[in-house]
Design a binder for this molecule. Structure first.
Ligand code: AMP
Ligand code: ZN
Length: 119
């Protein structure tokens, strides 16, 4: 295992070394609640294999990841935790990336929740 994978916080979650509130898991992806939620149900979808960010991920895996994002988002809506949602992907420090392991944020939205987005 590479040193960066040993130390990576999301790799540790994938390996079960750090506890998290897992809401979905399959062969290639895991989804868990963000430890510092910006909204109720704030979820991150993470590839089980370590990539620095979205640019390093093979496109085929990206397609699969989008399907997981759609399914988890749909679950949030079905559970009444979201009426809609925003997806956020921070790539590189200048864009606010803190954890250097490919992931997509799902931010559940509700009417008048006051959450401000960049765009
Ligand atoms: P970013 O790299 O800016 O997209 O953000 C990484 C996200 O990971 C932040 O929203 C953190 O709150 C979240 N995070 C960091 N450590 C953990 C953890 N152990 N469990 C769940 N979420 C985490
Ligand atoms: Zn990692």
């Amino acid at each position: 295992m590479k040193q960066e994978e040993k130390e990576c916080i999301f790799c540790k979650i994938v390996r079960g070394e750090i506890k998290s509130d897992i809401v979905y898991s399959d062969d290639n992806f895991i989804a868990f609640l963000d430890i510092n939620p910006k909204a109720e149900g704030h979820t991150v979808i993470v590839s089980k294999k370590h990539f620095r960010n979205l640019l390093d991920m093979p496109t085929t895996l990206g397609n699969e990841m989008l399907e997981v994002v759609k399914n988890v988002s749909l679950d949030l809506i079905k559970q009444g935790k979201a009426e809609g949602f925003n997806l956020v992907v921070n790539n590189e420090p200048v864009a606010g990336q803190i954890v250097f392991h490919a992931h997509i944020h799902i931010l559940p939205r509700k009417k008048d929740d006051g959450l401000k987005m960049l765009v």
